[in-house]
Every structure is written in structure tokens, then in C-alpha cells.
Design a binder for this molecule. Structure first.
Ligand code: G4P
Length: 534
């Protein structure tokens, strides 16, 4: 009896599990250093994970024959959904947001599963286009953002100009938490404004970094012997300007997305990362951030179990050929074998196959808590946006669907591979990156696919070959815009309208240009159009 009691006492409560979790995503323009930062963060999470990460990175660089290699060639990161690691007393869930030039819905939906975003900027390039787009999604979803300015060891923009750029381009107040001592070849370290400590950056021959050590205050005479006078004088001038002129940090303003705390460092040299991570744990909120349709926040502890599917991936492992649905736990405790309600199917499902992934490796997950990401084997049961829950259905906001801007028909000349062709198209479009349509009039009966960028078609075609062994032809169609038609108005469409049906059998109209679409809207006011299917 005594034993049972003592075990119960030491088991962390649901509240404790929630309090120690941080679920976040890194947003960056390609090449800013997202992968390098991820690896360095994992380093603090333990050697086993690091080995895995390095392996995954190496595989990516050396792989030549699959679609992932193609992703790398084009500067896209591999999708592994989420990595969980422990640091200090915390459990961190890092969501993988593939960042590439083309707009991808996948990335945007992943952000919706995060409670905080870390925005990585290249100190020489500032705010780049992809960062701007991703930032916009975070802002729309109310996700607070912490900025890490990377590559401080290389020539950079002027630091004040960089902060101004963040403020002007992104319309968010930048509040430096640390301030750099010099930049580029003169980069000597960072000053931690919170603790008035200096962390020195010293490159030694052979590229090995000594552990950063601390001195107290910017006027500590120890600095004079370590740092060139001109760099130190400039730094002391700058820090005075910062202390005098910078907006004071306020946690509520940060959570509301009005201000972003800014850190400086070098991911490649593992400099400034530990300081960033330690501050991140205090700044980033624990899971609470699921906003319901009525604008209120979901209480992850008080509410019964709920999660939503934010990502579906086919052929995660070429050996298993299985499809995985990734869910983010919003509230309550997950236990393997749990019976839950499935909102779309309107029936009960037993969650018996639940996994965590690390590259190609997978481990069974027996328990999970709000903020955690679990992969469920998906024999076609789950679609993006599905909600699984105990008790009353939570009123989660629907996931956004973006109207594609490019359309094509897809066909295969090889009649012996028709089965694989159909299966491949069906399964890969479930991932929600390309959308599948059909039409009686357009494309002479071939399936129609729509996407936001040309790259998506190339990856799709390559995956059909690699994963389903099907050669395909893609013929681009001359349309650049589409709109869903309000169901009651579909019968009013003129016969000249370029009608197609989505996979839920909803009517969509294609337009050759934005101008054509606006012309149609002006001339057919009785037909209501929507830029999303809901
Ligand atoms: P991404 O995931 O955002 O696309 O960027 P990634 O981490 O792959 O980094 C892009 C390039 O920038 C890499 O060089 C990486 O080594 C380099 N890099 C990242 N952080 C820093 C930094 O703090 N300082 C400097 N000087 N370079 C940095 P690469 O040559 O493309 O690849 P690799 O061969 O070095 O891996």
C-alpha cells in the first residue's frame, strides 16, 4: 500500500507534463541555417539523437536515387514531422517545417501544430521572401515568434539596420535579448542583457571552440585584454544605444505577437545556441495555444483527450510502404489503445498503432501529452484536419486549404501499371500538397492535379516512379486560379465555365487568369465563389 502511494506521488501529473513541454517550429528561408540549428539543438538533447540527425543529414547529402534526394537538390528539407528531445527538465517537440522557395501547404499546416516559432535569419541577408510568407502564417494563427540571427561569424548587415528591417518588413517590434560584440571576422561573442554577462566566441586552430566563459558587465576590464579596442569601443557605444532606445520586453506582448525577442549566434560554430535554448525555455509558452473557433483557448489539462491530423505521409519507410497520419495532441492524456471518436467518420476508433519517428527509425509511443506529436498508421482512416477526441468534440478551427494556382492532367501510357497509377495518385494526394480533381470536359478523363508551385508536380511525378513504379506524363493546363462554388449555386454555372470536381465532389471553377476570375465574378453576381472548400 505504501509502495503504491509513493509511486503515485512521484508520477508527474498531467499539469506537470504540460508545463514542461515546448512545441515549436523553425521558420527560415532556405540556407539560413535551419538544419544546422536543429542539429545543434538536438546536441543538447543527447548524443543518441545527434547521431541520428547527423546520419539523416548525411543520408540526405549522399542519397541519389529517391525523391528525397531530389528534395535536397532543390533545397528542400526532408519531412520527418517532429523530433522530441529532452533538455534540462523540459520535453521539446520540434516540428519539421520543410522550407523551400515554392509555397507548400504542408509547411503551413505544420506551423499550425506549433505553439512557438523560431525565426532564423541569415545575418547577411535579413528577412528573405520565404521567411516573410511563413511569418505571415504564424501571425495569422497567433503563434509567438523568437528570432535567431545566424551566421554572425560571416560578414553581416549592420545590426541596427537588421532590427529595423525586421520591424519594417514584418511589422513586429524586435527586442534584442543579447547583443553581438563585433560581427563577421570581428565577431567576438555576445552580451547577455538579462544577466549582464559576456559570452566570448573564440575560434581556435583546428576549428575547436572552447566553452564560452562569462565575465560580468560590459565595462569589465577583463574584456579590454581579450578584445581589440576598436571592436570593444563600438560595442560599448552600441549597447548604450540599445539600453536607451529599445522597447522593453513584455511577455504578454510577445505572446500576442507584437514583439519578438532577438538572439545572435552562429549555428555552425555552436555559438549562442545554449544561451538561446535556456532563454527559449522561459520565453516559449507550454501547450495552451490551440485557439478554438470562438476565439477562446483550449485548456489542455481540463479538457478530455483530443488531437488533430495535421500531416499525412505515404511510404514513410520504403520497406513497410505504410502511410502515417501525424496528430498533435491538444488536450488530455494519450494512452496507446485508447478508444476515441473520429469526427469525420462519426465512429469510434481504437488508437493501437502509435509511433514516434526519428528519420527512418520509429518507436512505439505508449503515452503522450498535450503538445506531443504522434504518428498513427493510416490505412486510409485519417485525412488532414480530422479530429480525434474523447467526450465532447472540441470546436477546433478548420485547417486552412489554399487554392492551387497551377493545374495539370496526369496520365500513364503504360496500361499494365494502371493499378499503381491509381493507387499512387490516391495516396500521394492524401498528403494534401497536391489536390486531386476530376472532370468530364477538361483533360479527356485524365485525373487533374492542382498545386501551388511547379516543383510540387516534379516531386509528385518522381515519387510515382520511385514509390509506385509508374511512368507518367504531366500536361500543364492553361489555368492560374480556381474557386469553389457555393453548393446551391453550382446549377447556375454557365456551360462555358471550366468546371471540375474536387475529391469531395465539390464544384470548382478554373480561370485562365486573375483578371478572368474577376470578370466572371462581376458578370455573375448570383454565383457565390469561395477560395476554400468549407
Ligand atoms: P537550411 O536548413 O536553412 O537550408 O540551412 P543549412 O543548415 O543547411 O545551412 C546552409 C549553409 O549555411 C550550410 O553550408 C551551413 O553549413 C551554413 N551555415 C549554417 N550556419 C552557419 C553559421 O553560423 N556560420 C556559417 N559560416 N555558415 C553556416 P553548406 O556549405 O551549404 O553545407 P555544409 O556542407 O556546410 O553542410
Amino acid at each position: 500500500m505504501q509502495n503504491t502511494l509513493s509511486i503515485q506521488k512521484t508520477m508527474p501529473s498531467l499539469q506537470e507534463e504540460v508545463t514542461k513541454r515546448r512545441t515549436f517550429a523553425i521558420i527560415a528561408h532556405p540556407d539560413a541555417g535551419k538544419t544546422t540549428l536543429t542539429e545543434k539543438l538536438l546536441l543538447y538533447g543527447g548524443a543518441i539523437q545527434l547521431a541520428g540527425a547527423v546520419k539523416a543529414r548525411k543520408e540526405r547529402k549522399t542519397a541519389t536515387s529517391d525523391w528525397m534526394a531530389m528534395e535536397k537538390e532543390r533545397g528542400i528539407s526532408i519531412t520527418s514531422a517532429a523530433l522530441q528531445f529532452q533538455y534540462s527538465d523540459y520535453v521539446l517537440n520540434l516540428l519539421d517545417t520543410p522550407g523551400h522557395e515554392d509555397f507548400s501547404e504542408d509547411t503551413y499546416r505544420t506551423l499550425i501544430a506549433a505553439d512557438t516559432a523560431v525565426m532564423v535569419l541569415d545575418a547577411a541577408k535579413g528577412v528573405e521572401p520565404q521567411t516573410r510568407k511563413l511569418f505571415k502564417v504564424c501571425r495569422e494563427r497567433g503563434i509567438p515568434i523568437i528570432t535567431f540571427i545566424n551566421k554572425m561569424d560571416r560578414p553581416t548587415k549592420d545590426m541596427f539596420a537588421l532590427l529595423d528591417e525586421i520591424e519594417e518588413v514584418l511589422n513586429i517590434i524586435a527586442v534584442p535579448y543579447v547583443w553581438p560584440l563585433g560581427t563577421g571576422f570581428d565577431f567576438k561573442g555576445v552580451y547577455d542583457r538579462l544577466n549582464s554577462e559576456v559570452h566570448l566566441f573564440e575560434k581556435t586552430t583546428g576549428g575547436i571552440l572552447p566553452a564560452p566563459f562569462e565575465v560580468s558587465g560590459v565595462y569589465d576590464s577583463a574584456l579590454d585584454s581579450k578584445i581589440d579596442k576598436d571592436i570593444l569601443d563600438k560595442f560599448r557605444e552600441e549597447i548604450e544605444l540599445v539600453e536607451d532606445g529599445i522597447h522593453p520586453f513584455n511577455q504578454d506582448e510577445f505572446l500576442e505577437g507584437m514583439i519578438t525577442p532577438v538572439f545572435f549566434g552562429s549555428a555552425l560554430n555552436n555559438f549562442g545556441i545554449k544561451l538561446f535554448l535556456d532563454r527559449f525555455l522561459n520565453l516559449a509558452p507550454s501547450p495552451y495555444h490551440i485557439i478554438l473557433s470562438d476565439g477562446s483557448l483550449m485548456d489542455p489539462v481540463e479538457s478530455p483527450f483530443s488531437c488533430f491530423v495535421f500531416k499525412v505521409q505515404a511510404n514513410m519507410n520504403k520497406v513497410h510502404r505504410d502511410r502515417i497520419a501525424f496528430v498533435r495532441v491538444c488536450s488530455g492524456k494519450f494512452e496507446r489503445g485508447l478508444n476515441v471518436n473520429h469526427n469525420r467518420l462519426g465512429k469510434q476508433i481504437k488508437l493501437s498503432s502509435s509511433f514516434a519517428f526519428f528519420g527512418q527509425d520509429r518507436n512505439t509511443v505508449d503515452e503522450a501529452y498535450p503538445g506531443d506529436i504522434i504518428g498513427l498508421i493510416n490505412p486510409g482512416t485519417y485525412k488532414i484536419g480530422d479530429i480525434l477526441y474523447s467526450g465532447k468534440q472540441p470546436n477546433l478551427r478548420p485547417l486552412p486549404v489554399f487554392a492551387p494556382e497551377l493545374f495539370a492532367t496526369i496520365s500513364t501510357a503504360d496500361t499494365t501499371s494502371l493499378k499503381g497509377f491509381k493507387k499512387g495518385i490516391e495516396q500521394l494526394t492524401e498528403e494534401g500538397i497536391l489536390h486531386l480533381y476530376s472532370s468530364r470536359t477538361i483533360g479527356s478523363g485524365s485525373p487533374i492535379i492542382g498545386a501551388a508551385g511547379r516543383l510540387q508536380f516534379d516531386v509528385f511525378q518522381r515519387r510515382l516512379k520511385d514509390e509506385y513504379n509508374v511512368d507518367t506524363n504531366i500536361n500543364m493546363l492553361p489555368y492560374e486560379a480556381c474557386r469553389w462554388v457555393h453548393e446551391e449555386d453550382a446549377s447556375k454555372l454557365p456551360s462555358s465555365a471550366n468546371q471540375i470536381q474536387d475529391r469531395e465532389n465539390k464544384t470548382v471553377v478554373l480561370f485562365e487568369s486573375e483578371w478572368d476570375m474577376n470578370y466572371f465574378i462581376r458578370n455573375n453576381p448570383e454565383i457565390r465563389l469561395k477560395d476554400h472548400p468549407a
